[in-house]
Write a protein that binds this ligand. Structure first.
Ligand code: PEP
Ligand code: MG
Length: 552
């Protein structure tokens, strides 16, 4: 037995077989070839194999996800079978006497560039499809065909690291636990893994990766971040017992369903849940959250292969609002950029993406995308109790522009006789020190604040949340962060706004009392933490002792 340790991001235990997630980072170099005809035949064989795989995926998507999703693969089949594509590859092989892999790569670059330069947004987005099908052909040429990452049955999925877009695409029903070798615990991948309700460990290390192979038995302890490879009977028994004890605790917490989060001395607080997709609603309802404090709408975009249309977004938001039956639902507008990348946005590579053109900055630079989302949100507002929240705010002028765009969208809807709820609240994330420092002014312009402690920590302590090397320098309980939250809470209340916390710190029960004493009105956490937090609040008595400082 060997033990590895990373950071546990979702507490639970799993025992099972490992499946190593296969990425296809393929390096293609030009190689001179003598026999062009033979090379063309290699290409034809790889193309045929790719088409057969795509037919299979298409049939699976049709059966499991419906026609709309399956249409993507139908389009891929047509693109790959296109005569121009074939001719372009053949020409390069013949005229340059190069290997098929290189010819396919050059062909994909040519067509992707052609699509990217088109005006039509739909055609622009086809560039990503061309890369996708070409990568498949190249993988087949190299004998590295993309295969099923899960093997058979439920597995402990292990990966070097995953992008948020890869994480959202995982088939959660096939995963027992989730382990990455690299990555930091404050990354979106870690947050998503934590939201999947399965044991998850991030940053298990390079050695872990070098030791594992498909089919190895392992136990993952998401509480401690430990992974036991080839566990002995004693370890298995101990962890199974731990799992049973924890399950028992969770069962006891079920008794709190239907009860309020009120302290012993009568202070009530809302415990909301964070979600990343419509599918997470089941977990929110199962854990009886008082509302949704953060719907990270960007995952709708990350799951799509193209800009989600107004109608598609409207359907998703309406479903969430209807499911919550009048409880508050806060939907955050697109927070894309930095680690959250979707090919079809064609975002520029930036030196410092966390300080780059992300989130609201992108929406203000590309107002047509922003307006489409706002139209969908306002239309959906009729179906429940909606709050719209804007990420990454740093200035009054930004917020003024945003509010003006909201007014424009509402006027356009009115002109088209499309109804929306005038009760829709507007709020902002407090996730930059600038926003906290000018919260006195910002609070006069909105209905609520929600503190994003993940980014607020990153920007206040100058520690990139994606960089595991700076994790030792991240003190999530730093007094500077508490001071900024305190200041924001005071300013919110001064102007009649309410304030919540939706970053990961909201789930830290050692701080619940501190947050309540600061005047925080709402805490929004992963659905699985809702009842635990409710329990913590119900056991607090704020009248008992006054703390004179919020610092440790
Ligand atoms: C945050 O920054 O704390 C937050 C809730 O947003 P995200 O983690 O999606 O950046
Ligand atoms: Mg954030």
């Amino acid at each position: 037995m060997e033990k590895f340790t990373g950071k546990g991001v979702y507490g639970a235990v799993a025992i099972g077989k490992i499946s190593v997630f296969k990425k296809h980072d393929i390096e293609v170099k030009p190689v001179h070839i003598g026999d062009a005809e033979k090379e063309k035949r290699r290409f034809e064989e790889a193309k045929a194999a790719s088409l057969a795989q795509l037919e299979e995926i298409h049939a699976k998507a049709l059966a499991e996800s419906g026609e709309e999703d399956a249409a993507i693969f139908e389009a891929h089949i047509m693109m790959l079978d296109d005569e121009d594509y074939y001719d372009f590859v053949s020409n390069i092989i013949e005229s340059q006497s190069v290997n098929a892999e290189y010819a396919v790569m050059k062909t994909s670059e040519h067509f992707a560039e052609m699509f990217s330069s088109m005006d039509d947004a739909y055609m622009k987005a086809r560039a990503a499809d061309i890369y996708d099908i070409s990568n498949r052909v190249i993988a087949n040429l190299m004998g590295k065909a993309p295969d099923n990452p899960y093997g058979s049955g439920k597995v402990i999925l292990c990966a070097p690291d995953l992008a948020p877009s890869e994480t959202v695409s995982l088939d959660k029903d096939k995963i027992l636990a989730f382990v990455t070798a690299y990555g930091s615990s404050n990354s979106h991948t870690a947050i998503l893994a934590g939201n999947m309700n399965i044991p998850a460990v991030i940053g298990a290390g390079e050695e872990f990766l070098s030791k594992i192979k498909d089919g190895d038995e392992a136990v993952v302890d998401g509480y401690t971040g430990e992974i036991f490879l080839h566990p002995d009977e004693e370890t298995k028994k101990r962890l199974l017992q731990k799992q049973a004890d924890e399950e028992n605790q969770k069962r006891l917490l079920q008794k709190l369903k239907g009860k309020e989060a009120v302290t012993m001395d009568g202070r009530k607080i809302n415990i909301f849940a964070n979600i990343g997709s419509v599918d997470d609603i089941d977990a929110v309802l199962a854990n009886d959250a008082d509302g949704i404090g953060l719907f990270r709408s960007e995952f709708l975009y990350l799951e799509s292969r193209d800009y989600p249309a107004e109608e598609q977004q409207f359907t998703a938001y309406k479903k969430v609002l209807e499911s919550m039956a009048g409880k508050k639902v806060i939907i955050r507008t697109l927070d894309i950029g930095a680690d959250k990348q979707a090919d079809y946005f064609h975002l520029k590579k930036e030196e410092n993406p966390a300080l780059g053109c992300r989130a609201i900055r992108l929406c203000l630079t590309r107002p047509e995308i922003f307006k489409t989302q706002l139209r969908a949100l306002y239309r959906a507002s009729l179906y429940g109790n909606l709050g719209i929240m804007f990420p990454m705010i740093t200035s009054v002028s930004e917020l003024t522009k945003i509010l003006k765009i909201c007014e424009e969208v509402k006027s356009e809807l009115t002109a088209q006789s499309i109804a929306y709820s005038s009760q829709t609240e507007l709020g902002i994330m407090i996730e930059t020190p600038a926003a906290a420092l000018i919260s006195d002014k910002l609070a006069q312009m909105v209905d609520f604040f929600s503190v994003g402690t993940n980014d607020l920590t990153q920007y206040t302590l100058a520690c990139d949340r994606q960089n595991p090397d700076v994790e030792p320098f991240v003190d999530t309980h730093h007094e500077a962060i508490f001071a900024l939250i305190q200041m924001s809470a005071e300013n919110a209340h001064k102007h009649g706004a309410w304030i919540g916390i939706c970053g990961e710190l909201a789930a830290d029960t050692s701080l619940t009392e501190t947050f309540l004493r600061m005047g925080i009105d709402e805490l929004s956490v992963s659905p699985a933490f809702v009842l635990k937090l409710r329990d913590t609040v119900r056991n607090l008595n704020l009248s008992k002792k006054e703390r004179d400082s919020f610092a440790r």
